[in-house]
Design a protein around this ligand. Structure first.
Ligand code: GAR
Length: 358
């Protein structure tokens, strides 16, 4: 028989002793509780924040029976023994107890934590009155921590049970030559789950661009394609190489973010209506590479950004979305461009998030 290495949860009395030892040393025990039946990054971040409120932390896990009662017959996903073992392995967690009641009242009274951490939309006043009374009785400090946006067990379960009928993640191919701030915005939107997509390839004509460095740092597959001598054009071999990289990566939508060379065939036909560009002006005004300076030179009071489809005529394809940006007294092209980019960082991920409705 294999030896059983699984974790044995502590008893409330043992955790009470731990609390007293810490107390004698002037240290604080943090207490938090929950089902934690499918651990995700949101939980881990929450637990790290909670642990930082004291010197040791105990997590009270709802037993299988109480999770079923709280969450319905399909939960818990993982059994209490496994949940306790996984929880105890986390760096933030010093002790795990399992409790069978719907409320943690009795446990709070037995453990007498110094700090009680709770995640979510609660306030100290909207906590369960019984638990609140127990916390007041033992003199625990109550700390409400915000939950991590976009991470939840329900969302994880939805993704795991998704069938082919449901919309799949958009596979994005991104092309850029410059700073990569719009790439950062897309990466962030994906990680906050406001954009259901995956960046499957990042291509640049500039091997040392921040765009390419950021892509590499984010673990996105990258390609550097030599463009030839003219900084605005791509020779035929370059156009062909880009098409091949995009096809090999099975890209659904190509996004040009500060890509300063002109794309031609075969990419335009291969990705007709699936090739978007972000441009720093309110098109059709100020097409081309100097759009920000042109708006200043014309004495405009406002400019903005445009997300549009790419066609053979430069900056002239169908406009998908625009956002206005005021021009302020004393603006330099650089300052104005930064303000425009802030608008781009919102607009571009929004357009991509709504892609299927376009
Ligand atoms: C963006 O402002 C984009 O609109 C512009 O390059 C910048 C790239 O910034 N594109 C063009 O001018 C295309 N004609 P980023 O590298 O920080 O995302």
């Amino acid at each position: 028989m294999q030896p059983d290495h699984s974790y044995t949860p502590m008893t409330p009395a043992e955790v009470g002793e731990l609390r007293d030892t810490l107390d004698q040393q002037g240290k604080k025990l943090v207490f938090t509780n929950g089902c934690f039946d499918l651990l995700h990054a949101g939980h881990v971040r929450y637990l790290n924040q909670a642990r930082a409120l004291g010197d040791a932390m105990v997590v009270a896990l709802n037993s299988d029976a109480s999770v079923r009662e709280l969450k319905g017959p399909t939960r818990p996903i993982n059994r209490e023994r496994d949940r306790a073992e996984v929880m105890a392995a986390l760096r933030a967690v010093d002790a795990v107890v399992v409790f069978g009641d719907k409320r943690a009242t009795a446990l709070i009274e037995a453990i007498r934590p110094h700090v009680y951490a709770k995640g979510g939309d609660y306030t100290a006043d909207s906590l369960n009155p019984e638990e609140r009374a127990a916390l007041d009785k033992v003199g625990a400090e109550i700390k409400i921590l915000s939950l991590v946006a976009g991470r939840s067990t329900t969302k994880t379960i939805e993704r795991m049970t998704a069938t082919g009928d449901q919309p799949k993640h958009l596979r994005l191919g991104v092309l850029g030559s410059g700073e990569g701030s719009n790439l950062r915005a897309i990466v962030d939107a994906i990680s906050h789950e406001t954009l259901e997509a995956e960046i499957v390839i990042a291509i640049s004509d500039q091997s040392d661009s921040r765009f390419l460095k950021l892509a590499k740092a984010e673990g996105i597959p990258t390609q550097h394609v030599q463009g030839g001598a003219n900084p605005r054009r791509f020779d035929n071999a370059g156009q062909q190489a880009i098409a091949e990289h995009l096809q090999q990566a099975e890209v659904d939508v190509v996004v040009l973010i500060g890509f300063m060379r002109i794309l031609k065939e075969p990419v335009l036909s291969l990705y007709a209506d699936r090739l978007v560009n972000v441009h720093p002006s309110l098109l059709p005004k100020f097409k081309g590479a100097n759009a920000v300076q042109m708006a200043l030179d014309e004495g405009e009071l406002e400019t903005g950004c445009t997300v549009h489809l790419v066609t053979p005529e430069i900056d002239a394809g169908r406009i998908l979305a625009q956002a206005k940006v005021p021009i302020l007294v004393g603006d330099s092209a650089e300052i104005l461009h930064q303000r425009i980019k802030q608008a781009e960082h919102k607009l571009l991920p929004q357009v991509l998030a709504e892609w299927k409705r376009i």
